[in-house]
Design a protein around this ligand. Structure first.
Ligand code: OAD
Length: 249
């Protein structure tokens, strides 16, 4: 659907005008229009032979730290070359319009912050940050000679990206804040996420079960679609700005 010509139900518009507390969960689809690949898109080039799920694990890092480090280094460099898109900016605008707005993201690209969203909960960490895999120390600078994985100056352990890998726990404070937002919101948005990865995916269901309006924006139907009060099929960079215009003018 083309966001510019999109019509939204009037009940949804008046509900959003009155909403006091909202939460939004975003996934890789929100950054797709900035030029970043989603997880379930095929990889390209050198990386086409690997699935992201096979690179984003502690086991993969233990087996071949250089391979995993390089994959994240490539993504870190790519993120530096892209910009937030209108979907990111529309979410930042929603935070200015709705008194209590919590943005929860599974993305590690930092684009929501760059678009001006305050208080982003980064459930899966942030690519730009690096920490020691042994002592946990965060490092600001490291020397990547292209041959070895950089090591921690304090303990000599291998450095790793500050992201959550499959099989690892989510940062506790971030998860608690996300659960609290899902527990107390009037409306929950699920945007550009396939809804396949827990526990992030269950936030939407929890919010809906206790009475929040559930609104989805996704290019494709997802396992969540059937439960939604409203599900809009389209690109978030088009649908979100159109929704903001329809609700707040
Ligand atoms: P996925 O790649 O699983 O899903 C992306 C979703 O975005 C799909 O449902 C697409 O239909 C949708 N989509 C694509 N382009 C879009 C657009 N322009 N506008 C709106 N929707 C669009 O990504 P996530 O759901 O974010 O976890 O994946 C969740 C987690 O699984 C990731 O954080 C990562 C991954 O493996 C870890 O690395 C721990």
């Amino acid at each position: 659907m083309n966001g510019a010509t999109m019509a939204f139900p009037s009940e949804l518009i008046s509900y959003l005008r009155k909403a006091q507390r909202a939460a939004a969960l975003t996934g890789a689809g929100v950054s797709q229009e900035s030029g970043l690949r989603t997880f379930r898109d095929a990889q390209v080039g050198l990386w086409a032979q690997y699935r992201p799920e096979d690179l984003a694990t502690p086991e993969a890092f233990a087996r071949d730290p250089k391979l995993v480090w390089d994959w994240y280094a490539m993504r870190r460099e790519k993120v530096k070359t892209v910009e937030p898109n209108p979907g990111h900016y529309a979410l930042a605008e929603m935070a200015r319009r709705i008194p209590d707005f919590t943005l929860i993201t599974q993305n590690v690209d930092g684009l929501h912050r760059r678009a001006g969203s305050p208080q982003v909960i980064e459930l899966h960490g942030n690519l730009a940050q690096v920490r020691c895999s042994v002592c946990g120390q965060f490092v600001e600078r490291w020397d990547d000679n292209g041959v070895d994985v950089p090591r921690c100056a304090a303990c000599g352990g291998l450095l790793r990206p500050h992201v959550v890998w499959f099989g690892e726990a989510l940062p506790r404070a971030a998860l608690e804040a996300a659960v609290e937002a899902a527990r107390t919101c009037d409306v929950f948005f699920s945007i550009g996420t396939s809804g396949l990865v827990q526990p992030a995916a269950s936030l939407a269901v929890a919010a809906h079960n206790r009475g929040a309006l559930l609104v989805e924006i996704n290019a494709e139907p997802t396992p969540l679609t059937e439960r939604c009060d409203y599900s809009f099929r389209g690109r978030s960079g088009e649908v979100l700005p159109a929704l903001v215009r329809a609700v707040w003018g």
